[in-house]
Ligand binder design. Structure first.
Ligand code: BTN
Length: 227
């Protein structure tokens, strides 16, 4: 796959979308000036982190299977962190944690047409040696902190790109979730509530049981999760 390596860019996802011309592409940057997170948030993207987007085109990829893109990406990130001796956990749907703090996040931007995924841009940020702002120190962690030493960003990049070429299953994704059967906090625009996390469905919804014993499936577009 064609790889474009940049020093600085507004956002590798935006670059990939601007460059989109029918060919698969990986874009990486050493820093982003306008890094984007999920739900319209910004993503702090200073020097020392890894910022990478994969642009992919599909011929015949049913929209109903789109969660597979998230699965592939999250498992590839987890495998990469394991390569460097860490024990990652997935916080459904798209965060990867180490020591219960976020080490990597993913922003997926799909284009759909005729019930199929036509194209996806998967943007991955990994905290490697970057400095975290004070307000993130309690909830985020870098590989440097978790490994107690610097890791070359390029080494992480190469292993991640290698792992991103492989295919993974929902079962492998679920194997990185350690909180099934445990109480978690579901966060919506309307506030936070407790529920027991039970499973993740093949289409990517979280199965939960609420207080009254009622089981239901929730979609990550609506809610966030606190472990
Ligand atoms: C999140 O945790 O909210 C998602 C963060 C996604 C960040 C990555 S960094 C590379 C790519 N470019 C962006 O602007 N965002 C994604």
């Amino acid at each position: 796959m064609k790889i474009i390596e940049l020093d600085e860019i507004d956002s590798t996802n935006e670059y990939a979308k601007r460059a989109a011309a029918g060919e698969d592409l990986i874009v990486t940057a050493r820093r982003q000036t306008a890094g984007r997170g999920t739900k319209g948030r910004s993503f702090v993207s200073g020097d020392g982190g890894l910022y990478l987007s994969v642009l992919r085109y599909y011929d015949n990829f049913p929209a109903a299977l789109a969660f597979g893109i998230m699965v592939n990406n999250c498992v590839a990130v987890c495998r990469t962190l394991e390569h460097f001796g860490l024990r990652p956990q997935i916080r459904w749907a798209n965060d990867v944690l180490v020591n219960n703090k976020k080490i990597s996040g993913t922003l997926i931007e799909n284009v759909f047409g005729g019930g199929k995924v036509v194209r996806s841009v998967v943007g991955i940020g990994v905290n490697v040696n970057n400095r975290l702002p004070d307000d993130l120190k309690n909830i985020a962690v870098t590989m440097r902190e978790a490994c107690n030493k610097n890791t070359e960003v390029d080494d992480v990049k190469h292993i991640l790109i290698e792992n991103l070429q492989k295919e993974y299953t929902v079962g492998e994704y679920k194997s990185y979730i350690g909180y099934f059967g445990r109480e978690v906090t579901i966060i919506t625009d309307g506030g936070a509530r407790k529920a027991v996390a039970l499973d993740v469905s093949d289409d990517g919804r979280l199965k939960i049981r609420e207080d009254g014993g009622e089981e239901k499936f929730i979609s990550s577009a609506e809610v966030g999760l606190r472990l």
